[in-house]
Design a protein. Sequence first.
Length: 268
Amino acid sequence: MRVFSAANRFGALALSLALLAGCASNDTAPEDEDEFSGVQERELYELARTALDSNRYPIAIERLEALDTRYPFGPHAEQAQLELIYAYYENSDWEKARAAASRFIRLHPDHPQADYAYYLRGLSAWQAGRFSLERLRLIDISKRDLGASRDAYNDFRELIQRFPQSDYAPDAQQRIVYLRDLLARHELHVADYYLRRGAYLAAVERGRWVVEHYPESSATRDALATMIEGYQGLGMDDRAGEVLAVLRENAPDHEQLQGGRFVPKHLD
């Protein structure tokens, strides 16, 4: 006959309790892991819409992401994907909004609201390129890194090219005008740096880039002036004279023209 000590009996009891606790934890884990477990598609969509309508964007995002994951081919899937782009945008999640818009465009290129996805993708890049002090004119945004602004420029151009009759096209066109001047001025800031460093060929190339790629920009006259000074620095007076004739014809009142004579900024 075997006799268990008190220590053995206590150890066996502790092991049994641990096993029971583990079973109970396993039984309740799925419910704790997903609050939307058992929620049907339409109900989940209505919950997301309610959050959107009350401007509770983080909650709306959570519900729309759950809907997209659980019901990717359901009747509300496409609309939920569009509203997820909007929710990301309103929540200032610019990169997520752009990624969601790109995904929607890739999956539904012929959707009736595809232009809306293009527009929000452009707006997200536009917002990502803004700076809080820009409106106060305390900084010159054209001197900053303009990667996001270039994305916005390209997104809005693609929208207009693909959907010229879109309701969003007029606003996109206005933003393109602003972005075109912004990007052109940025190129000229770089060109001016090259002139000051004596890198005249690089300055000429930057000026030519502005003239060729942003011909409608207000910065083209300054781009011509940059090319003239760059050619002068290279000793290419004939080429400088050709560009100078263009500047005189198109911008006779340019600040670097004094009595028709060109006055460089950095050359002695």
